[in-house]
Design a protein around this ligand. Structure first.
Ligand code: SF4
Length: 459
């Protein structure tokens, strides 16, 4: 299956790629299918059922809102975050959803959107079922979708075969493992970023690839800026205060303190990660990298590169994103990037590994050093569980992004001081991560039934 770097890095809204972006896309796609089959005008009711992890933590992650927005015809990369409340209020007040200009269907939140905490659908822990009915209560269309992490969805028709539409494009430099990727670099005397450029050219010209990479960087910078300048509390009831604005002010107002304390750079890295993760928790516009829960790590390390590495330039940013994408693809192909499937090692762990590799590419390290950096970063995230308090992507997620960013920089530095040779390969650590995820109890996989989620006394 051919995956583009732009499939992996998507512009979306917070707080979760698998619980917000994926379900919104699924609901939107379901309505598109009704349209293609000419059922849309006959539809008078759509029932949505959420299963597994979506049933458990969907409310905290905003899955309900995402479904309503998707059914209303909105897509995560196109919707303006500031319009969301108004759209949802209209649906709540009118108890209806506008499917098309001509057709508004009845929608009662309690009756037509159900969270099933104890049931799962067969293919994945993040399952959704949409059923559309006509006036006579006949089923027009029933469809199951799975949100498999990073905003990716697969669909499954209850009455037909499993239906996963894969892109069968032949890439010039196709690779399925870290070993194959290193071999391609060696044979072609290319960097990982050059291999990625050649593959992306299957779909787009170099100018367009650069334009899209630069657009991602713009969205990332805008997200950091909004996070730095948006004080207040995060939604959801935990009363978590946004920390980035105050920290930003203190760092900006005392630049001389940095001269006495060289580790002030870490404060800035933490700041960038907090800014994005708080923006994500507030439902703002973020780039999934590779998921929303872990969306602060790559932006924080990119900002570190841009502001603190002496040779930083725009091509370095592009090479960073492409190389991080190559590593992300390896995890997606050979393990998982879904917290509901393998715990937080699949989100924060993968983002940390991608960021370490990206920084290596931006700093023009060899492919071997980059592979080593990606491996070190994951090796020390193995076993990381997913246990968000109250099902909200806030505690421990926000701080965990800051820790992941700092760890990525350290992994890069350790690798760059070596000669590229090392005991554990990236492929082996990816395999270990997958097996560790399989052994992990369900309560540690985005269900909020274990870990911090149950050991904090609620007041
Ligand atoms: S604990 Fe990790 S995997 Fe779970 S919601 Fe938070 S960031 Fe995502």
């Amino acid at each position: 299956m051919a995956v583009s770097v732009f499939d992996l890095f998507k512009v979306g809204i917070g707080p979760s790629s698998s619980h917000t972006v994926g379900p919104m896309r699924a609901a939107y796609l379901f309505c598109q299918q009704l349209q293609h089959r000419d059922f849309i005008d006959q539809t008078v009711l759509i029932k949505s059922d959420l299963y597994g992890s979506l049933g458990h933590t969907g409310k905290g992650h905003g899955t309900d809102k995402a479904i309503i927005l998707g059914l209303s015809g909105y897509q995560p990369d196109k919707i303006e975050p500031e319009l969301i409340d108004e759209i949802l209020n209209n649906v709540n007040q009118s108890k209806s959803i506008k499917l098309t200009k001509k057709n508004s269907i009845v929608f009662d939140y309690k009756k037509h959107l159900k969270f099933h905490k104890r049931k799962t659908l067969p293919l994945h822990s993040n399952g959704m079922r949409f059923v559309a009915y006509d006036k006579q209560d006949n089923i027009l269309l029933s469809k199951d979708f799975y949100s498999v992490g990073g905003g990716f969805i697969i669909s499954h028709n209850k009455l037909a075969q499993k239906e996963i539409i894969e892109d069968s494009t032949q890439l010039p430099y196709s690779f399925d493992s870290g070993e194959e990727l290193l071999e391609l670099c060696k044979t072609n005397k290319s960097s990982i970023a050059e291999i990625m450029y050649a593959n992306e050219k299957t779909w787009l010209s170099t100018a367009k690839i650069n334009k899209q990479l630069d657009k991602l960087w713009e969205v990332i910078q805008a997200c950091v800026n909004r996070g730095l300048n948006s004080p207040g509390e995060l939604p959801g009831g935990l009363k978590v205060k946004r920390r980035a604005p105050e920290l930003f002010q203190s760092l900006r107002d005392k630049p001389q303190a940095a001269l006495r304390d060289p580790l002030t750079i870490l404060d800035w890295v933490n700041l960038y990660a907090l800014a994005v993760s708080e923006e994500n928790a507030a439902g703002g516009r973020v780039v999934t990298a590779p998921t929303n829960g872990a969306a602060g790590i790559i932006p924080a390390v990119l900002h570190y590169y841009y502001h603190f590495c002496p040779e930083a330039n725009i091509q370095g940013i592009r090479n960073f994103i492409l190389t991080a994408g190559a590593v992300g693809m390896l995890y997606k192909k050979n393990a998982s990037i879904s917290g509901a499937e393998v715990g937080c090692q699949g989100e924060v762990g993968v983002a940390c590994s991608m960021a370490a590799a990206g920084l290596g590419a931006a700093c023009e390290e060899s492919p071997e050093h980059i592979e080593n950096a990606a491996e070190i970063a994951m090796e020390h995230n193995l076993g990381l569980t997913c246990d968000p308090i109250g099902g909200l992507v806030q505690i421990p997620c926000i701080e965990r992004n800051a820790m992941g960013a700092v760890k990525a920089i350290n992994a890069f530095r350790m690798a760059s001081r070596g000669d590229g040779s090392h005991w554990v390969s990236l492929d082996k650590v990816i395999k270990t991560m997958k097996v560790t995820g399989q052994d992990m109890q369900t309560k540690y996989k985005e269900t909020s039934r274990g870990g911090l989620a149950v050991n904090i006394i609620e007041c």
